[in-house]
Design a protein around this ligand. Sequence first.
Ligand SMILES: Cc1ncc(COP(=O)(O)O)c(C=O)c1O
Length: 465
Amino acid sequence: MAFSSTPALPFALFPSLRIASGIMSTTIDAMTGEEIIELCRRHTMFEWSAQAAVDPIPMARAKGIHFWTPEGKRFIDFNSQLMCVNIGHGDERVVRAINERAAKLPYANPFMATDVRGLLGKKLAELTPGDIDAFFFTNGGAEANENAIRIARLFTGRHKIAARYRSYHGGTAGALTLTGDPRRWAAEPGIPGVVRIPDFYHGIQKGSETADEVLARTEEILELEGPKTIAAIIIEPVTGTNGILIPPDGYIQGLRALCDKHGILLIADEVMAGFGRTGEWFSIDHWKVVPDLISMAKGLSSAYVQLGAVGMRRHIADHFQNNVFYGGLTYNSHPLACATALATIAVYEEDGLIEKARSLGVVMRGLLEDLQSRHPSVGATRSIGLFGIVELVRNRQTLEPMAPFNGTSPEMKELGKFFRQEGLYTFVRWNTFFANPPLCITEEQLREAFAIIDRGLDITDRAVV
Ligand SMILES: Cc1ncc(COP(=O)(O)O)c(C=O)c1O
């Protein structure tokens, strides 16, 4: 039986929903966690999942590094939701800016000029590397990458884009074709013209190549593809969901040199690693390299309102003075989102959050190393700033992962269940889990989270042979 158009049903199932004057008026705060989950599961689709398998946490409110269920269960948000609420939840300064902008001018179409649009462009020009100083605003990271590759193709007159396997660039057609991880598979064949260049990391058992090794293989691929057919190389300078992969020194500089040699643009996808996460405004700043295009989202507005952007160097922006930029979105340069981003950036600056990510990152590194020294199931830890990951193994000698590539295992599931039960929210993926707290976390709160992780690792330690 189909439930979708049965008007009386929700009220029978969910007694806390009320009818007023014939119109459904929901006393939202009165809904139980169970009711919220039921309603969401019945009438909405969850991403990247078979719907029967999803097990969402009902989320009612959030503040700082915490969020709560309607029943008052508290979670430490150790993943900043989707690695995006970098300043922490419920910052009054940003909420005020949103309210003020909503009352004044929440929307203007993209052909209008608004104060917040101009001011945000100017501010980003100050923060981004080198002579990047013009920005196209989007709704999120995938659209930023879609427009980045369009700009690269229009500017160079070439069509191919080179990307790596261990990467995620977004869920729209082009961005998903750029994506190397298994989320791409179901969307294939995708858009034409995307080619793969080598990764430096090959999984916990094989480890990492040196910069020279991976650059030599990269140059070979460029030669085989025909360098003059390649518009751009897109990379996450520090890879996010595919493993917090910090490149060997010289790799980013080497890619820059290869791009310069062949007239290829370098696109830095800073959607996840940008805005302080790694202890610099942008992760590519660690190597002092200027990309030609830079995409961003998430931390740009700390996700209080959705916003993405692609920034470009001055000579690329100049190209579009007399050449049409073929791109557009109804919500391009959305004033509410631009105002939110300006307020968010002010918070990073006022509270010194970039420096904080750097200094607390040192503390977190120590805590991760401590876990590795005491827990046999911890095969590797990696972190840069407050961007961290733990890789779990069944055996310290063979480094066999605790779950296979793109899979899970009873132990990883049990660990995830333990974190949830203990009020620690983080991403558990394949044989890894993440440590990406909001940058406003205190050292005491960081230690509290690691104490829960410490206890949880007894579960995976028991599986070690
Ligand atoms: C590196 C990177 N690029 C792009 C995206 C896509 O961003 P969005 O989900 O806002 O479209 C993500 C999302 O996780 C990401 O991590």
